[in-house]
Design a protein around this ligand. Structure first.
Ligand code: CP
Length: 317
């Protein structure tokens, strides 16, 4: 089947989803990110790989980490960065998404970084710009579907702390049903050969048929946490829930909140990740979020190098 992310030569044309990306492509992105982590370690702030290119941040949904780290990453690659303020743009006057894209393309855009509440919006843009092969689209989170650069930075973080993927047990915990982060991470883990990927959550927050993604399902967190190397917590996505799926946030925390006691069931050197924004006391206890196992802030920092890698590869470097 035609992969909308790859061009005829099998090279990355757009980054829309981790699902469907070859293992070699994932490893190439992680290896390229290594070189950018090294650069920033050496205090070399800028490289000219995107000099003369215009990167447009189109965030139709709120963001702190993704929007800002894309901006930092693009600037470190020497691109011109334009942050479209959606609230004051002509979108608020009824202009369609594709008309907005056409107008920005007429301003010589080279790359669109798109976050949208509708699953599939970045695909729609990628299809629309097909006649312009110099244009690239990066999905920065679409509905509950995919958040590929978050999945990639999660993979980068895991590899940084655990070195290789082939012996790992990873638990993804919480609101998997509404989580684009979970889907991208799970596809990445299974593509890279992680033998034991678990999802833990109440029935109401796990997608029907989630086993088909190659994961083991646990409803009892105490059982699911046993002996894992990586604990990936998820935010309760209240904004995407249609009606009450949980008795209360307090009840959820009792059963599925990550406390020091529950973390003690994992391996002693287990790492704890969270994509942010965190709801302390709902899905994670502050003692864990700020504790020695937490790699939540390093995830954010690695996100810069991973996003530099993605943009640099898309631009043909
Ligand atoms: N993880 C993540 O996507 O965070 P933001 O919503 O702040 O971008």
């Amino acid at each position: 089947m035609n992969n909308p992310q790859l061009n005829a030569r099998g090279e990355l044309q757009h980054l829309l989803s981790v699902e469907g990306l070859p293992r070699e492509t994932l490893l190439h992105i992680l290896a390229t990110a290594d070189s950018f982590v090294g650069l920033t370690d050496r205090d070399v702030k800028k490289v000219p790989l995107l000099r003369g290119k215009s990167v447009f941040n189109l965030f139709f949904e709120n963001s702190t980490r993704t929007r800002t780290t894309f901006e930092i990453a693009a600037k470190r690659l020497s691109a011109d960065v334009i942050n479209l303020n959606i609230n004051t743009s002509s979108t608020s006057k009824g202009e369609s998404l594709l008309d907005t894209v056409d107008n920005l393309s007429a301003m010589h855009a080279d790359m669109f970084i798109v976050r949208h509440a509708s699953s599939g919006a970045p695909y729609q843009i990628a299809r629309h710009v097909t006649p312009h092969p110099h244009l690239h689209v990066v999905n920065a989170g679409d509905g509950r579907h995919a958040h590929p650069t978050q999945g990639l930075l999660d993979l980068y973080t895991i590899r940084h702390y655990k070195k290789e993927f082939s012996q790992l047990s990873v638990a993804v915990i919480g609101d998997v049903l509404h989580s684009r982060v979970a889907r991208s991470l799970i596809h990445g883990l299974t593509t890279l050969g992680v033998p034991d990927v678990r999802v833990i959550g109440p029935k109401t927050l796990l997608p029907a048929g989630v086993e088909q993604l190659g994961v083991k399902v646990f409803h009892d967190m105490n059982k699911g946490m046993a002996g894992v190397d990586v604990v990936a917590m998820l935010r309760l996505q209240n904004e995407r829930m249609n009606g009450p799926l949980l008795p209360s946030a307090q009840e959820f925390f009792k059963s599925y909140g990550l406390t020091p006691e529950k973390l003690a069931l994992a391996k002693p050197d287990a790492i704890v990740m969270h994509p942010g924004p965190m709801n302390r006391g709902v899905e994670i206890d502050s003692a864990v979020a700020d504790g020695p196992s937490s790699v939540i802030l390093p995830q954010v920092t690695f996100g810069i190098a991973v996003r530099m890698a993605v943009m640099s590869i898309l631009a043909g470097n």
